[in-house]
Design a protein around this ligand. Structure first.
Ligand SMILES: Cc1ncc(COP(=O)(O)O)c(C=O)c1O
Length: 398
């Protein structure tokens, strides 16, 4: 998801504006900043792009998730339902507010299975957190219905699908609150950064204060500001916001390049009968940041991955054998290895994770290969890559 591949004059200009004024902090220093408020500008443009009323920038995608959960009032002992296939940030952010991550199976969308979600609801459940992995989304209408029926909040993590849409709405804008990572390897990047979007004025006011030590941001004397409640520092810097501003303005261009490259590879692989593709829910449009396909079984998927490596096909992931994104290899979390004591409620809530099996997720993740789509490939390179991938897949299937 490489917005950084196309850094250019636009990013340089925004960063230079900040360096010339010398104000790297997003709040205060009004007189020195020569009118440059990159974080505020990016929040405004993000609101417009995401078709929501409010946006709040923070220091990372993980921070966005933690701040979002705190802002909607989730805390000690509450349960948040999340998918078995995600990034560890989902788990970390839920623990960060003292809540309990409840992991459930995914389905052939590679995101939360609505059926598994329903089965996991308890009297402690407060929110459902779909994670739109590898460029595509969960069945959001189904999850919305579940939330409405059980009075739960829908917290979207759209970090890997920025630029995708569902029923005409930008991903991240559909739920009660949506989160994005803008780290270095995302579709658009700030270097390090994250964002929260919502139409709920209370949630965004909470996020604004909570992400900056509880400051109420009233007036222009930071030392005289009130603190209506406890907060922490999850602020973004102006330098990071400046890069993000230039990148957001190029998001549509990035998505269209990704779509072109994705389509070439997909069409080539479609000619192999054993290859099937992930399901995209009706009304969904991917961000095209990855092409995800399934092979008939785990063994063949491993053979194809070996063939990719031997033939120099990079940027393809078999998450079943990868430590980052799938519960199977999250040993430190299964064994609850933390530097400090967790609450008894959290320990109790996680106690069965070590031995829990996720056979349905294994079935999908074991057979899935996920190929990153780069922006910098020429058409010739994409065509060559598509043919080489097809050759390797045929080899692995034999
Ligand atoms: C789905 C998902 N959520 C959250 C994050 C966390 O983002 P950050 O690295 O900005 O903390 C990531 C990062 O890879 C991610 O992929």
């Amino acid at each position: 998801m490489p917005g950084f591949e196309l850094f250019g004059d636009a990013e340089r200009k925004e960063v230079n504006d900040v360096l010339e004024s010398g104000v790297l902090m997003r709040y205060g220093f009004d007189g020195m900043r020569n009118g440059h408020w990159k974080s505020k500008e990016l929040e405004q443009e993000l609101q417009d792009y995401m078709q929501v009323k409010h946006a709040q920038l923070v220091s990372s995608g993980t921070a966005a998730l933690s701040v979002a959960l705190a802002s909607v009032g989730i805390g000690t002992g509450d349960e948040v339902i999340m998918p078995s296939f995600t990034f560890v940030a989902s788990f970390e952010a839920i623990l960060a507010v003292g809540a309990i991550p409840v992991l459930v199976e995914i389905d052939d969308t590679l995101t939360l299975s609505p059926k598994a979600v329903v089965e996991a609801i308890s009297s402690k459940t407060k929110a459902i957190m779909p994670v739109h992995m590898c460029g595509s989304m969960a069945d959001l209408d189904a999850l919305r219905r579940i939330c409405d029926k059980h009075d739960l909040l829908l917290v979207e993590d759209s970090s890997q699908a920025t630029g995708g849409t569902y029923k005409g709405k930008p991903l991240g804008s559909y739920g009660d609150i949506g989160c994005f990572s803008l780290d270095y390897v995302k579709i658009i990047t700030c270097g390090e950064g994250g964002a929260i979007v919502t139409n709920n004025p209370k949630f965004i006011k909470n996020a604004d204060k909570y992400s900056d030590h509880g400051h109420d941001h009233e007036g222009n004397d930071r030392g005289a500001e009130n603190h209506p409640f406890l907060g922490y520092n999850f602020r973004i810097s102006e330098l990071n916001a400046a890069v993000g501003l230039a990148q957001l303005r190029r998001l549509d261009e990035f998505v269209s390049i990704q779509k072109k490259n994705y389509t070439i590879i997909r069409e080539t692989l479609s000619n192999i009968p054993e290859v099937t593709f992930r399901t995209v829910p009706d009304g969904g449009e991917e961000s095209y940041s990855f092409l995800n396909f399934f092979l008939p079984d785990l063994e063949k998927s491993r053979k194809v991955m070996s063939a990719f490596k031997e033939n120099g096909v990079d940027a393809c992931f078999h998450y079943y054998d990868n430590n980052w994104h799938y519960i199977r290899k999250w040993q430190h979390l299964k064994e609850i290895k933390t530097l400090y004591k967790l609450s008894n409620e959290v320990k109790e809530g996680l106690s069965n994770l070590k031995d829990r099996e996720f056979p349905i997720s294994d079935h999908f993740i074991g057979r899935n290969i996920s190929c990153l789509i780069k922006l910098s490939w020429t058409e010739e390179e994409v065509n060559q890559r598509a043919s080489l991938m097809a050759k390797c897949i045929k080899e692995g299937l034999n």
